[in-house]
Design a protein around this ligand. Structure first.
Ligand SMILES: [Zn+2]
Length: 424
């Protein structure tokens, strides 16, 4: 989980560690599995692993445009081969890579979108220190879980459904973006507007490995992320010869930070932690300008506005250093993701499908990480559920891997769930 200036990063590695997850009802009456789909899922595993390997061997950090364009070519080529009308769109911000869209037209009623991202958190040369490799049930490589596993599940699921002749949808859209790990600033609006034209959005971030949490859970909520910035303008003066002529911005900033550090605790659905500090310097000058930045997490939409109002009121209430000027602002990055009742209902349907193959599927209500599902669910129009990707661990960290034995259950889940959605 990298952190840049305005853009805290996403990702769901910590999902597993956050707030627990509820497992499906073991022992509930099971339906028999769809034998054809299950057999097809089993048969698809080797090809999925090949695809995964091909993707992992393309280094595609969020700022590696060459690698991202190679990923886009791979994904677009596969979608075309599956019969999609494809399109590239330039991300509207960031490194200048492409978003890939693939649209399938079917014979049914529902409009369904599947989304995953092509970028990783790693820098150039990562394959030298963290190569693709297999070890027992684990397949290692940079980005293999987050989120190349998600892309591979989408492509393999669509192949299975194509082979089965499934066309029970009006529109099936696949979106692969190149900037999720840097906040989706160049693709988030497209995700939000496209999602509004679909009934259901399945998002394919990874789920957690079994050593971290049981039940390969789907995700129903994630915190939104914002940045609080406080600026103080004082007056410079010689720190030795005439300090009394200065107005120390650093001292005033320290005062305002103490005044505001607990403000969010009184506002439901938002947290604020001041984490960064910058001053103009130099050491021998009374500080003219000082700035602090804070990490804001939002679990109730709109709570950041209440925090902003409380911050404005607090700094207006008084100052320690006369003649200084303090301003503060809260800028939202990725919004909060709240799947709501309809998302939970879809998650429960997915739990039933996992039970058909004697597996339990967890539903995690909320994580502190960010996700593109938040853009898809922003207006509340589409039903959105997250984490249909493969089970894994080590993303945003080291020795990232997926669990091979999560491949068949995920393919079965996604293909069965899509056929169920198509019937509705
Ligand atoms: Zn991700």
């Amino acid at each position: 989980m990298a952190i840049t200036a305005l853009r805290p990063m996403s990702c769901l590695g910590i999902m597993a560690l956050a707030l627990g997850c509820s497992l499906g009802l073991a022992g509930a009456a099971e339906a028999a599995p769809d034998a054809k789909l299950l057999a097809a899922a089993e048969k698809a595993q080797p090809a999925l692993i090949e695809t995964l390997k091909e993707m992992v061997l393309i280094e595609s950090g969020s700022r590696q445009v060459d690698g991202l364009l190679k990923m886009a070519a791979l994904v677009e080529g596969r979608l075309k081969a599956l019969g999609a009308e494809t399109e590239r769109r330039k991300a509207t911000a960031g490194a200048g890579a492409d978003i890939v869209l693939g649209v399938f037209k079917g014979a049914g009623k529902r409009k369904i979108m599947l989304q995953a991202h092509m970028d990783t958190v790693y820098g150039p040369g990562i394959l030298d220190s963290q190569p693709y490799k297999i070890d027992g049930n684990r397949l290692y490589g940079p980005g293999i879980a987050d989120d190349k596993g998600g892309l591979a599940v989408i492509l393999a699921s669509l192949q299975i459904l194509k082979d089965a002749g499934w066309r029970d949808y009006d529109t099936l859209t696949v979106l692969a973006n190149p900037d999720e790990e840097v906040g989706s600033m160049g693709s988030g609006e497209l995700i939000a507007s496209l999602a509004d034209r679909h009934d259901v959005v399945l998002s394919f971030e990874p789920t957690a490995a079994k050593s971290i949490v049981k039940g390969e859970p789907l995700l129903l909520g994630a915190a939104g992320i914002a940045t609080a910035t406080m600026d103080v303008k004082g007056r410079a003066a010689h720190a030795g010869a005439a300090p009394e002529l200065g107005r120390n911005a650093l001292i005033e900033l320290a005062y305002q930070l103490l005044q505001t550090k607990d403000l969010a605790k009184e506002i439901p659905g938002v947290t604020l932690n001041w984490t960064e500090l910058n001053t103009t310097g130099p050491r021998n000058q009374i500080t003219e300008k000082a700035q602090a930045r804070g990490d804001v997490r939002i679990t109730q939409p709109g709570a950041e506005k209440k925090l902003d109002a409380a911050l404005q009121a607090k700094i207006a209430a008084g100052k320690l250093v006369p003649d200084t000027e303090t301003t503060v602002k809260v800028e939202i990055g990725r919004p909060a993701f709240l799947a709501g009742d309809k998302g939970r209902a879809l998650g429960e349907k997915a739990q039933g499908i996992y039970r058909e193959i004697d597996r339990e599927l967890g539903l995690t209500p909320m994580t502190g990480g960010g996700t593109d599902a938040a853009y898809a669910a922003r207006s509340g129009k589409a039903t959105v559920v997250e984490s249909f990707g493969l089970a894994g661990f080590g993303y945003h960290a080291k020795d990232e891997y997926i669990e091979i034995d999560s491949i068949v259950p995920r393919l079965y889940l996604v293909t069965r769930l899509l056929t169920e959605i198509g019937k509705q």
